[in-house]
Design a protein around this ligand. Structure first.
Ligand code: NAD
Length: 325
């Protein structure tokens, strides 16, 4: 049986990846220090003999006994609320953590895929973003801790490939949503749904004409799965190009939840990207991948998940955001 290590296993994407690889017949080793993750996301896997879990901080030396065939490095705070609260940990997990995992991949002769992000493009000056675009990042701006950690992560990954011959893959993930996101992680999908279900007005930052494109988690996992088993070593965008303004998205949520909420407008923070949309030509060409779940279907499934929270839980998890990420 093939063995795979998944870091960030108790988080949103990591937990879905654990599910997928268990389903595909792998031995899965999950690793997480629970800084933004939750064991609830993987508790259903603890009864499986094919799943092991290490509560470990990957910025410290990482040791895993036995053979390893693959590593997926997904540990990192991922929402602006999180990485602004824990900026040093964010820089460390992208740099030291990635270094440790590349070292482990080299030692075990394992193939490693690292989770990068559309944030490497910063506030992009080209639209939509192709992988050849170098980005427009403010190193010392509020998002710099995340964006630069991820850019360093890509550089050190390519260096390990070039100098040590480690088999590496790099996925640039664009906004992904679905069940198991944290209600108050500040990202716009749970933020709007949480506000609607609590009976609060939905907060839009700026004029609401900034665009986002949202990829459903099952599509994202499929793209990552195909990339891991492809021969392609350069970064690949995985996301859904279906673009929508934040204003229209808020209206969609109000309609979907059947609530009577209004939207309220607040000032836009600095360095908030006004447009973000992946060019997925490369993923189509090298992976034969494109998203198949449209927003209506994906949002329905996501809303079902959040409806599982009691009104008490919803109220307890107070609304936190300062941008529509
Ligand atoms: N969800 C998205 O839309 C999106 C977009 C772009 C990139 N990504 C990337 O995907 C990965 C997962 O994101 P997510 O949305 O699942 O976020 P998440 O916060 O739900 O999951 C991240 C997980 O990593 C863990 N973690 C953080 N630092 C750690 C450390 N030092 N050691 C061990 N575990 C640690 C957290 O506890 C958490 O469980 C991240 O690398 C993120 O940058 C996600």
């Amino acid at each position: 049986m093939k063995r795979i290590l998944i870091t960030g296993a108790a988080g949103f994407l990591g937990s879905h990846l654990c599910d997928r690889f268990i389903k595909e017949g792998f031995k899965v080793i999950g690793m997480d220090n629970l800084i933004t993750g939750d064991l609830k996301n993987i508790e259903h896997l603890f009864k499986s003999e094919d799943f092991e879990f290490y509560n470990h901080d990957v910025t410290k030396f990482v040791h895993v006994p036995g053979k390893l065939d693959y590593i997926l490095h997904f540990a990192s705070p991922a929402s602006p609320i999180d990485y602004l609260k824990i900026p040093i940990q964010t820089l460390k997990v992208g740099s030291l953590g990635t270094h440790n995992l590349l070292g482990l991949a080299k030692e075990k002769n394992a193939r490693i895929l690292i989770a990068s992000t559309s944030e490497v493009y910063g506030d992009p000056l080209v639209h939509p973003q192709t992988e050849d675009y170098y980005g427009n990042v403010n190193t010392i701006g509020p998002r710099g801790v995340y964006d630069e950690a991820k850019r360093f992560q890509e550089s050190i990954t390519m260096a390990y490939h070039t100098y040590h011959g480690v088999e590496t893959r790099i996925v640039r993930i664009f906004n992904t949503y679905g069940p198991r996101m944290r209600l108050n992680d500040g990202r716009v999908v749970p933020a709007f749904i949480g506000q609607a279900l609590r009976g609060e007005d939905l907060t839009i930052f700026g004029d609401g004409l900034q665009t986002r494109s949202f990829c459903y988690v099952d599509d994202q996992v499929e793209g990552i799965y195909r990339l891991l088993f492809s021969d392609y070593i350069y970064p690949v965008n995985i996301g859904n190009p279906d673009e929508i303004t934040i204003k229209d998205f808020a209206e969609e949520i109000i309609k979907l939840t059947g609530t009577e909420q209004k939207v309220i407008y607040k000032d836009l923070p600095v360095n908030d990207p006004l447009q973000r949309q992946p060019d997925i030509s490369r993923a189509k060409e090298v992976l034969g991948w494109e998203p198949v779940v449209d927003r209506a279907e994906g949002m329905k499934k996501t809303l079902e998940y959040f409806k599982g929270f009691s009104q008490e839980e919803l109220q307890k998890s107070e609304h936190r955001d300062f941008l529509n990420n």
